[in-house]
Design a protein around this ligand. Structure first.
Ligand SMILES: NC(=O)c1ccc[n+]([C@@H]2O[C@H](COP(=O)([O-])OP(=O)(O)OC[C@H]3O[C@@H](n4cnc5c(N)ncnc54)[C@H](O)[C@@H]3O)[C@@H](O)[C@H]2O)c1
Length: 444
């Protein structure tokens, strides 16, 4: 297809627009990753258009109502009323932006294979509106090779050439939901473009919202970096989960062991046991890498073993609950059990892949009478579960045969909960140091 090419002036123009913040930014997918990023760019002085296929989310944004715990509504409202943040369901908005950042989900199929349908459909939309000078950045976590093998061919089907007519980069998101300590600003951003100009433009752009940008030589390095970071967590969590089980058998306190090991100033960093892993990263990303590795006749045994250990933690926790009830001569059948915290980690409202869902399912299968409380998740409508969070009024915990702490949100008054409860099973070590005879902990 014959087309005009970008001139040196056009390139300078794009560079200047990024430098002086007049570049219009489009963000596709306004979830846990896309919305905070949109706000970061708005607050840095850019105009941002968010595009999301979910009408409810778009309506909320336009009314300045946040649907994420990490984003306060007044902050969102300020961005919208300033006119700097616009939100739409219409992909045609991509036509008038200069850079497009893709933040759509990357789930697994039912057979635990990478499901790239969201990336593919977002890229197809971008291809419809791709024009000279566009900078396209993929942020969704995925296996190494996605940018080159999946995104690039869809964009090149337009006849435009990367590095000549438009730019394409992978830059992984490293958001830490629920954390006040680590933000987009103080978490270094990694960028790996299809060619040097793609890397440079993306690095310049992110330099406005992140104090440190690290340029790597290719999208594959950036993609592998992201999955490696998550696999690293998965493997270490699996290791400490295994250690917790062993400590129980050997009557050694795993929490004390971790504390002692943490005193070593080099060569060690602490990970903690728990009921399993959840969220959109740790349970999924190892499968992205394992699946891609099979294409190279390579079996990622370590990574798959870690996933297996973490995934079987809910079963183990339920077996421990059976044992814990046994200590007070109760059978799990008919026992009243209160689960505290169902979000996959503390101080967030994300239920995706939460191990709590499996724990509750297994307890119900064993005919326990299960209620849950989570200040951030008012109801569960996942798997076959239909439940509403019960109130944690004063003394409420005392109505249960066992209170199981699965996610120790900071707002829980643990002392009061322990003193009100007949029996507590703490899977997070949040009661360590409390002197109470009615508490049994994972890993002790
Ligand atoms: N949540 C995290 O903590 C986290 C951290 C780092 C990386 N990631 C990665 O970032 C990506 C996004 O995750 P998330 O947690 O923000 O997901 P999310 O489900 O919270 O948000 C994704 C948004 O994309 C929208 N969407 C889907 N397809 C679309 C399309 N074709 N056009 C427009 N909008 C579309 C959805 O409606 C949704 O609002 C994933 O790859 C994830 O693995 C997530």
């Amino acid at each position: 297809m014959a087309h005009a090419e970008l001139t040196v002036n056009d390139l300078r123009n794009l560079e200047n627009k990024i430098k002086d913040k007049s570049a219009e930014i489009g963000i596709v997918g306004l979830g846990y990753v896309g919305l905070p990023l949109a706000l970061a760019f708005v607050e840095a002085g850019f105009n941002v258009t968010g595009i999301d296929s979910d009408k409810t989310r778009i309506n909320k944004i336009t009314r300045g109502i946040s649907y994420l715990l990490d984003i306060e509504s007044p902050r969102l409202k300020k961005a919208v009323t300033s006119g700097r943040l616009k939100a739409t369901v219409s992909p045609s908005a991509m036509r008038r932006v200069d850079t497009i950042i893709i933040c759509v989900p990357t789930p697994l199929t039912s057979t635990k294979e990478p499901d790239l349908t969201y990336i593919i459909s977002a890229t197809n939309e971008i291809a419809r509106y791709l024009r000279l000078g566009h900078l396209v950045i993929l942020e969704s976590t995925t296996y190494p090779g996605t940018t080159r093998e999946v995104v690039l061919p869809l964009l090149e089907s337009t006849g435009l050439k990367v590095g000549v007519d438009y730019f394409l980069t992978f830059s992984p998101e490293r958001i830490d939901p629920g954390s006040r300590q680590f933000t987009i600003r103080n978490t270094p951003k990694v960028v790996g473009g299809m060619e040097p100009k793609s890397t440079r433009f993306a690095a310049m752009l992110y330099g406005h919202v992140s104090d440190k940008v690290l340029e790597v030589s290719s999208p594959e390095v950036a993609e592998m970096d992201k999955v490696f970071e998550n696999v690293f967590r998965s493997v270490n969590i699996a290791l400490v989960n295994e250690l917790a089980k062993l400590c129980e058998k050997m009557n050694v306190n795993v929490w004390e062991v971790i504390k002692a090991a943490s005193s070593k100033p080099f060569g060690y960093m602490p990970f903690y046991p728990g009921p399993g892993v959840g969220g959109h990263c740790i349970p999924l990303d190892p499968y992205y890498l394992a699946s891609k590795a099979r294409e190279y006749f390579f079996h990622t045994r370590f990574i798959e073993l870690a996933a297996e250990i973490n995934e079987t933690m809910p079963e183990y926790i339920v077996q421990r609950i059976v044992d814990v009830l046994n200590t007070s001569s109760k059978s799990v059948k008919g026992a009243k059990i209160l689960i505290l915290g169902v979000a996959y980690k503390k101080d967030i409202e994300d239920l995706r892949e939460s191990p709590a869902l499996r724990v509750i399912e297994l307890l119900i299968e064993k005919k326990a009478k299960v209620n849950y409380n989570d200040p951030y998740i008012s109801e569960i409508k996942e798997h076959n579960l239909r439940m509403k969070s019960v109130k944690l009024d004063k003394k409420a915990a005392g109505n249960y045969d066992c209170v199981v702490i699965l996610t120790a949100h900071s707002c829980y008054d643990l002392k009061a909960i322990v003193s009100d409860s007949k029996l507590v099973f703490d899977t997070r070590g949040c009661t360590v140091g409390m002197k109470a005879d009615n508490v049994i902990r994972l890993g002790e």
